[in-house]
Design a protein around this ligand. Structure first.
Ligand SMILES: [Fe+2]
Ligand SMILES: [Fe+2]
Length: 198
């Protein structure tokens, strides 16, 4: 799916469904981070006005998702708690950009591609979880099914923005392939945990 190089193992869905409190807390934080990341990208010097509009629209959707998950936590009497250390995102960002190029155009393209891959991984796992929950948790299964379309659209938008920012589509798509390989290695190394990403 979306060029992900390491499919999430089938055992993941049962693990996440069996520890919904942990998964939902992680998911809430993931939506908050997606919103702040999209907003941060919207302020990058290389972004055009249209890119800023697209990125702030994504940020607004992520805030809406964050509120949706907060409501689910509240209804289930689960407290949000502090976010866990996000090794997945930290390692992915480290794999993406050399330290000297964090602020330049390549840095911007890489950050957009990293955001795209994070969206792709969310989408993949929401689909797995939705299927896992379908038999016993209809409402939650429908919620995750509903999020799929949104996260898939975010993936496409982030890749389109990277192509627009990078100038040469082939080069940007090659870079996406390289980063997808790095993402797969990180996910494989982190193992199976009740989280949206690594
Ligand atoms: Fe989201
Ligand atoms: Fe998203």
């Amino acid at each position: 799916m979306f060029g992900l190089t390491h499919p999430t193992p089938p055992s993941w869905a049962a693990l996440a469904a069996g520890d919904l409190p942990s998964f939902l807390v992680d998911h809430a934080h993931a939506e908050m981070k997606a919103a702040t990341s999209a907003l941060a990208l919207a302020t990058r010097p290389d972004a055009t006005y249209d890119m800023r509009l697209s990125l702030t629209a994504i940020a607004q959707e992520e805030i809406a998702h964050f509120r949706d998950v907060l409501a689910i936590l509240e209804a289930r009497g689960i407290s949000l708690g502090a976010p866990a250390v996000d090794t997945y995102a930290a390692e992915l960002r480290k794999a993406a950009v050399s330290p000297g190029d964090r602020t330049g155009r390549h840095g911007f393209v890489d950050r957009l591609l990293v955001a795209a891959l994070i969206e792709a991984r969310s989408c993949e796992r929401f689909r797995l979880l939705s299927r896992e929950l379908a038999a016993q948790h209809h409402v939650l299964a429908a919620f995750y099914e509903g999020l799929l379309a949104s996260e898939a659209r975010h993936y496409t938008t982030m890749v389109d923005l990277a192509v627009a920012a990078g100038g040469a589509e082939e080069v940007v798509r090659d870079r996406l392939t390289v980063l997808a390989r790095a993402e797969g290695t990180i996910v494989a190394r982190l193992g199976v945990r009740p989280t949206v990403h690594g």
